[in-house]
Design a protein around this ligand. Structure first.
Ligand code: ACO
Length: 318
């Protein structure tokens, strides 16, 4: 018995925030943002577009693409760090909105690496026979956790949700997964929970020492992609597509170079979506599949890096 992706879906809020909009909010420029990040616009969730709402919409599309009904699912896992409630979990809210009861549902918090973690857990649940069809969602609205006056973070983040149905199969879809963390540099990237009873303050917002995080991300991702390929006894020549976390085009380009991959074989969505945290990898995967670039049988390397620090990957035959 193996695990395999049966379908994918995505949801993006309607409201677009362009670089020109940001020029009116903070001291920045379209040129600076494009040159340093590759981002041109991002989507911003309304009050109604909670992580659970966006996750549910992405899940419906994933179910449709897998030709399944909610009742076919036997677990729901949601990667998020920006859900409306600590409990009920975002996964419970999504399960409820889909009319599902009697199945395990829980959240995974690993910042931008959340989807890699959730996917690896789904894979393990299937391999151990605990579940047959699992809804794996990445949903975040981190734009709302950024200080609107902080030009170093507000330019980066967008909101959205991506989903995949991971199912048991006699074809090997998941070839290798790899997860890791290291708290040594945790203070470089933090998002505190607001303290109840205390008015919100500067220190409640997301903090990131961008250039330090950037250097770490490039080095860690270079090691991660090689370790993942080695685990499966494969090399970069076996890869059809890289589906990276969409934090910064320069980080993505460095990882592609490490893998000797032409950028035509890398799925890039950050120009239109910015960094959607745990939604970024499943949204990129869904975009690659729906655009027809990713086909059944292609070998894909999904990777992500985020606060914690955490990082993770999945090598997949789609
Ligand atoms: N517009 C104009 N100038 C700016 C802006 C802006 N929006 N932001 C910063 N600057 C200035 C800085 O003040 C600095 O000025 P100085 O030289 O006078 O001090 C200069 O630009 C250079 O700043 P750096 O921070 O060194 O710029 P860098 O090239 O590193 O780009 C960025 C910043 C885009 C944040 C980059 O470092 C990055 O992408 N980091 C990694 C992000 C990441 O991968 N995060 C992990 C996932 S997120 C998660 O887990 C939630």
């Amino acid at each position: 018995m193996y695990s395999r992706i049966l379908g994918t879906g995505g949801y993006l809020p309607e409201q677009v925030r362009t670089n020109a909009d940001l020029e009116r909010m903070v001291e920045t420029s379209d040129e600076w943002i494009i040159e340093r990040t590759g981002i041109k616009e991002r989507r911003i969730a309304s009050e109604q577009e909670t992580a659970a709402y966006m996750g549910t919409e992405a899940a419906k599309k994933a179910l449709e693409s897998a030709r399944l009904q909610p009742a076919d699912l036997d677990a729901v896992i949601c990667a998020t760090t920006s859900s409306q409630y600590a409990f009920p979990s975002c996964a419970c809210e999504i399960a409820g909105a889909l009319g599902l009861a009697g199945v395990p549902a829980f959240d995974v918090a690993a910042a931008c690496s959340g989807f890699s973690y959730a996917y690896a857990i789904a894979h393990a649940m299937i391999m151990s026979g605990q579940a047959q069809k699992i809804l794996v969602v990445g949903a975040d609205r981190i734009s709302h956790a950024c200080n609107p006056q902080d030009r170093t973070t507000i330019i980066l983040f967008g909101d959205g949700a991506g989903a995949a149905i991971v199912g048991a199969s006699d074809e090997q879809g998941t070839l290798a997964v790899h997860l890791s963390s290291d708290a040594k540099r945790a203070p470089l990237l933090t998002l505190p929970h607001p303290v109840r009873g205390r008015p919100s303050s500067e220190s409640d917002y997301l903090y990131m020492k961008g250039n330090e995080v950037f250097k770490q991300a490039v080095v860690i991702l270079a090691g991660l992609v090689n370790q993942t390929l080695e685990k499966a006894g494969m090399s970069d020549a076996d890869l059809d597509f890289l589906v990276p976390h969409q934090a910064n085009l320069r980080i993505i380009t460095a990882t592609a170079r490490k893998l000797h991959l032409d950028m035509s074989r890398v799925i890039v969505t950050l120009d239109k979506q910015g960094n959607t945290s745990s939604a970024s990898v499943p949204l990129a995967l869904d975009e690659g599949i729906r655009s027809g670039r990713i086909q059944r049988g292609h070998v894909l390397l999904l990777e992500s890096f985020g606060g914690g620090f955490t990082w993770g990957s999945a090598l997949i035959r789609y």
